[in-house]
Ligand binder design. Structure first.
Ligand code: FMN
Length: 325
């Protein structure tokens, strides 16, 4: 069975600069899901709102835009704008766990209310010019919430359903609940995609063995820590000198941010966030990485990065076999 591997949306991280740099240097992803945008009731400030999604910036990897909304009409209007940009699918975010969002019954704030989800989907699926898909968690406060949601989803022509097996109060940490994922997937007549904590090939392999019906695997942090991971899951081997590709990727990303963001701080903050993931794949969190965290000028940052690339070894995935997916 050939599998689909998708890039998870990470707001503030997997933007167009990151996506484009990533695909220039690494393989494995079949498409990316874009970080959420809010639904807009009217086409105001259209340029700023949709900029990350403009097709001219997204030519390298198929992209599925995502909307965070609890207003089906506004969702459908936003989907119409996305259809005009040429998109073929729109994803509804039912997973965002932050209280600012959930308090307004958006993201995972809707999960305890299957009847609201049903009402939303009835209207959104009827009005949206694009097929709708869903990315959701197990629940807001209880992993059993999803058991009331899955039967509701059966009535709608959803393009895909991707489940991150955590509840909202866990944010992105704590154990994932694979039994709850299995229970939810068993209630769906369609294939369900899996997302969460795929950090290395052997983790993916054991998930794939446990869930043989899952065809789509969505990976976020694991692929930022180890950008070779999606390709390795699909059977590619690690290059002899992984740091060559990583340095070239880093250069693209860094100069991409320098070109698109105003001021040193913004570009450096973005790069520091990348290093908060990527750094764990190097042999030590020593001098170079500390200096990256402390860098407040491009010069200091570049010096620290040179130290990491010259002094530290790439250790991620160096002792696992690859698997042909
Ligand atoms: C910083 C950050 C931003 C995120 N932004 C989004 C988002 O915009 N939309 C979404 O559906 N999920 C978002 N997520 C959740 C991820 O898509 C994913 O579900 C989660 O990180 C678990 O997958 P992973 O373990 O492979 O990273 C975000 C996660 C993080 C850590």
């Amino acid at each position: 069975m050939s599998i689909t591997i998708s890039m998870a949306p990470l707001h503030g991280v997997t933007n167009r600069v990151f996506r484009n740099a990533f695909v220039r240097h690494f393989r494995g992803f079949d498409y990316a899901m874009a970080p959420f945008i809010l639904s807009i009731p009217a086409p105001r400030s259209r340029n700023a709102h949709f900029k990350d999604l403009f097709p001219e910036y997204n030519t390298r990897l198929p992209l599925v835009p995502q909307i965070l909304s609890n207003d089906a009409v506004a969702f459908a209007q936003t989907a119409s704008a996305l259809a005009e940009l040429g998109y073929a699918e729109v994803n509804w975010n039912l997973g965002c766990p932050y209280p600012m969002v959930t308090g307004k019954r958006r993201g995972s704030g809707l999960l305890p209310y299957p009847e609201s989800i049903e009402r939303f989907l009835a209207e959104a699926c009827a009005l949206s010019p694009l097929p709708v898909s869903i990315k959701l968690r197990l629940g807001l406060v209880d992993a059993r919430e999803i058991m009331a949601i899955m039967p509701v989803l059966e009535a709608f022509p959803l393009k895909r359903i991707i489940i991150h097996p955590r509840i909202a109060s866990q944010l992105y940490d704590g154990s994932i609940d694979l039994d709850a994922f299995a229970g939810a997937a068993s209630l769906s007549g369609r294939e369900v995609g899996y997302n969460g904590d795929i950090r290395d090939v052997s983790t993916w392999r054991s998930l794939a063995a446990r869930f043989p019906k899952v065809n789509e695997w969505m990976i976020g942090r694991g692929a930022i820590s180890d950008p070779f991971l999606p390709g390795r899951i699909k059977g590619a081997s690690l290059p002899d000198d992984p740091k060559v590709a990583l340095e070239a990727f880093h250069e693209d990303l860094y100069f991409g941010y320098r070109e698109t963001l105003a001021g040193q701080k913004h570009a450096l903050d973005k790069m520091k966030e990348i290093w908060s993931y990527l750094g764990s794949s190097f042999s030590s969190d020593g001098y170079g990485q500390k200096e990256i965290r402390k860098a407040f000028s491009f010069e200091a940052y570049e010096k620290a990065v040179r130290a990491v690339f010259s002094e530290e070894r790439w250790v991620a995935g160096t002792n696992v076999e690859t698997t042909a997916g």
